[in-house]
Design a protein around this ligand. Structure first.
Ligand code: NAD
Length: 321
């Protein structure tokens, strides 16, 4: 029987699909030491971003046929080494795009009304100082009519554009390869009532200097941050920076200083340079909205990820199980 270890969990419907197809699925989280001992027994390992599958572990697992990543980034897996050993790598790049895009907007809406501050202050002061808090938080802005720079006009960037257009924002996408895209909006979730808008990419500089909200949706695997101190200085005064892509794509120290000085209005961060121990000054800043890398963490995305991986694993083994 094919044995599958889902070390960072998997949607229960996917476990059912795999069990019904005759596969054994263990979804109890193993520590790194346990993984070293136990993984050689498995044919397939399914991970998210938490479990690292490095060379030495791969070398201990001659039976391993598939390493499946629920999500996009493969930085936690030594992909070339695994492929050289004949192991198939699977990931699910499209399954979480809408969820990440919605989280980017959750941060934008939060920042536009300072909800990160109100949510922190209301529990302590909401009864004694309601009127003072009302005054403090009554200077919000609307997203409608604002300019949204989208750095990276791929799957997630295009979902962000779709939501931005539907909200009445002026979207300015930037991409190394994508020059334009037809952004379709299904009205009332219907396939029959569909609006389509052709959106052309602009130069990075244009998006940088014109955006009220600048949202990052590019891959990043180290090196110089895309948005460093100099880029922040060229941004519009009071603009907001949103990072749901990867920690390190923004210079965090420069961001802290830009928000502290009032150059930037604030930031929304789902990803951090030092995960899982992000800089505490960022986490505690009253004008920074923070989430713990939960872009793909919706029930819908996890269901799509689980179903897609289950289908592809079943297809891979065919009748061999
Ligand atoms: P994608 O490959 O569909 O799109 C990325 C786009 O960025 C591509 O069109 C590419 O041409 C463009 N690009 C690359 N480098 C660029 C640069 N320097 N300047 C301008 N454009 C550039 O990827 P996607 O599915 O949209 O995902 C984007 C990123 O989102 C991923 O790489 C991942 O890091 C991140 N992500 C985060 C979460 C989360 O939980 N927060 C979840 C999924 C993905």
């Amino acid at each position: 029987m094919i044995k599958i270890l889902a070390n960072d969990g998997i949607h229960p419907d996917a476990v059912t699909l795999l069990n019904e197809a005759g596969y054994q699925v263990d979804d109890k989280k193993l520590s790194a030491d346990e993984l070293t001992r136990m993984l050689p027994q498995y044919d397939v390992v399914i991970v998210r971003s938490a479990t690292k599958i490095r060379k030495d572990l791969i070398d201990r697992c001659p039976n391993l046929k598939i390493i499946a990543r629920g999500g996009v980034g493969l930085d936690n897996i030594d992909v070339d080494h695994a492929r050289a050993k004949g192991i198939t790598i699977m990931n699910t790049p499209a399954a979480s795009s809408e969820s990440v895009a919605e989280l980017a907007f959750a941060h934008m809406f939060t920042l536009s009304r300072s909800l990160q501050g109100a949510n922190r202050e209301m529990p302590q002061k909401g009864t004694a100082s309601f009127k003072a808090l009302k005054k403090e938080y009554s200077n919000g802005i609307e997203l409608r009519g604002k300019t949204l720079g989208i750095i990276g006009f791929g799957r997630i960037g295009q979902s962000v554009a779709r939501i931005g257009i539907a909200l009445g924002m002026n979207v300015l996408p930037v991409d190394l390869k994508v020059q334009e895209a037809d952004i379709g909006i299904n009205v009332f979730h219907s396939e029959h009532v569909r609006l389509s808008v052709n959106v052309e990419s602009v130069e990075f500089e244009e998006a940088l200097i014109k955006s009220d909200f600048l949202s990052l949706h590019v891959p990043f695997s180290g090196g110089k941050p895309m948005i460093g101190r100099e880029e922040m200085m060229r941004m519009k005064d009071g603009a907001y920076l949103i990072n749901t892509a990867r920690g390190g794509a923004i210079d965090e120290q420069a961001l802290l200083e830009a928000v502290e000085s009032g150059k930037l209005g604030g930031a929304g961060l789902d990803v951090f340079e030092n995960e899982p121990t992000p800089m505490s000054e960022l986490l505690n800043h009253p004008r920074i909205s923070v989430t713990p890398h939960i872009g793909a963490g919706t029930q819908e995305a996890q269901l799509r990820i689980g179903q897609e991986l289950a289908d592809r694993i079943i297809h891979f083994f065919g009748d061999d199980k």
